[in-house]
Design a protein around this ligand. Structure first.
Ligand SMILES: O=C(O)C1=C[C@@H](OP(=O)(O)O)[C@@H](O)[C@H](O)C1
Ligand SMILES: C=C(OP(=O)(O)O)C(=O)O
Length: 437
């Protein structure tokens, strides 16, 4: 098809904020917790239940894959209640990872326990996301991973993991500088390895440490013994995995654009169910918003952020919470002074190359955003409306909506991509604005 006959991608006109906000936003369950808890429930010794689980494309891909691999997963009274009955891990299946990092990185170690081959593939955008470190670790542990197109170890999707009914386990070195998910995926399956796993990170940097701490915490919650007392090393003992009835925290990273909206539009946004203690990197959001001009309180589990409409620039290392970067990049483009986002080189392997995508789209609107070796420098300029491309990235879409609160005529391409982690994003966004004073 030539470009002249290609239908333009549908766009969603991001609404302007007409007045200061006064909204309470109920944010669905955390993607990262939901997909870890599902994996552990499917590997457990007894049935378990997740309450408040996320239902979105990434969670549903995980549910489908785990069912294919032998788990029985049933909805309770509400779609966010999931009853999981583990079963023997079955091979001979084709897993669709979509664009979900948690599915493509968490399930190959799980699949190594299967009684036959497990083929993995995903969206076209998923085929460029880094996979080698987790596949190389499996190979080093004696698991065969292959793809007909290469005699070498596959570096990306698609590939097949040859399940042989068990994994011996032992010690393995992993370079997780491109994604913490390589570590998390191996640790989650490790209690089922005969000798457990001693994993040493050998790369120069390690992103998203809170997400690794989340993996360790969820393993310990189901009775698995994990020693993380040495920096960059994790030792998981083989042993039973308890079936539990657990409540999933709201997704604090998905809360971020809503809370940030209070700074852009002025007014107040409240998120109930905010945990006092959490491993989610979204825990950083309130302090970061305060540094950019907002104020916050946490009382009775309700986080309240209030803004004036004035946003200040920030110099911040987001290494621990790279998934927050698109929200803070949008805020930075609307600020009254320049910002620098650092420590996020690994965002080049996210849903899209987020550093390139954010720089390109902010520039398209008339802003100034430059890529650095490990982040972005954003100098505020007056912005104008235009189409914002989202590159199949849910967080590009939510950050464009944030820009659209202040910039008339922001047209968000393929806003449906938000279904990856927040299927009703536009409804929630409009409801937040609808409750404006
Ligand atoms: O383990 C997880 O649930 C995640 C880890 C992080 O991945 P990276 O370490 O690749 O950034 C994060 O960005 C992603 O959204 C979710
Ligand atoms: C990086 C992200 O997702 P994934 O789990 O696909 O890596 C994200 O949600 O920002």
């Amino acid at each position: 098809m030539t470009s002249s006959t290609t239908a333009p991608a549908p766009t969603w006109e991001a609404p302007l904020a007409g007045a200061p906000l006064d909204a309470t936003v109920e944010v669905p369950g955390s993607k990262s917790l939901t997909n870890r808890l599902l994996v552990l429930a499917a590997l457990a010794d007894a049935p378990g239940t997740l309450r408040g689980a996320l239902r979105s494309r990434d969670a549903d891909l995980m549910i489908r894959a785990l069912r294919q691999l032998g788990a029985h997963i049933e909805e309770g009274d509400h779609p966010s209640t999931l009853h999981v009955t583990p079963g023997p891990v079955t091979g001979g299946v084709d897993i669709d990872t979509g664009l979900a990092g948690t599915v493509m990185r968490f399930l190959p170690p799980f699949a190594a326990l299967a009684d036959g081959p497990v083929r993995f593939d995903g969206d076209p955008e998923a085929r460029v996301r880094p996979m080698l470190p987790v596949l190389a670790a499996l190979h080093a542990l004696g698991v065969s991973v292959h793809d007909p197109s290469t005699a070498d170890l596959p570096t990306h999707l698609p590939f097949t993991v040859e399940g042989r009914g068990g994994v011996r386990g032992g010690a393995v070195d992993v370079d997780a500088s491109e994604s913490s998910q390589f570590v998390s995926g191996l640790l989650l399956a490790a209690p089922r390895f005969e000798r457990g796993l001693t994993l040493r990170h050998i790369g120069a940097t390690l992103p998203s440490l809170p997400h690794i701490e989340m993996t360790v915490a969820t393993l310990r919650d189901v009775g698995v013994v994990v020693d993380d007392s040495r920096d960059g090393m994790w030792d998981v003992s083989p042993g039973p995995i308890a079936g539990r009835d657990v409540r999933v925290e709201p997704d604090l990273s998905n809360a971020a654009p809503f809370l940030a909206a209070a700074l852009v539009a002025g007014g107040t946004v409240r998120v109930p169910g905010w945990p006092t203690l959490t491993t989610q990197p979204g825990a950083m959001v309130p302090e970061l918003l305060e540094r950019m001009g907002g104020t916050f309180t946490l009382a009775d589990g309700v986080l309240t952020v209030t803004g004036t409409g004035e946003v200040h620039g920030i110099d911040v290392d987001l290494h621990a919470g790279g998934e927050l970067a698109p929200t803070f990049a949008a805020l930075a483009a609307l600020a009254d002074s320049p910002s620098r986002l650092r420590g996020i080189a690994h965002l080049r392997g996210h849903e899209t190359d987020r550093l390139a995508a954010l720089a390109r789209e902010i520039t398209r609107l008339g802003g100034q955003a430059e890529e650095t070796r490990d982040g972005l420098v954003i100098t505020p300029r007056p912005l104008r409306g235009d189409v914002v491309r989202t590159y199949a990235d849910h967080r590009m879409a939510t950050s464009a909506a944030l820009l659209g609160l202040r910039v008339p005529g922001v047209l968000v391409e393929n806003v449906g991509t938000t279904a990856k982690t927040l299927p009703d994003f536009t409804g929630m966004w409009l409801a937040m604005l609808g409750s404006a004073a």
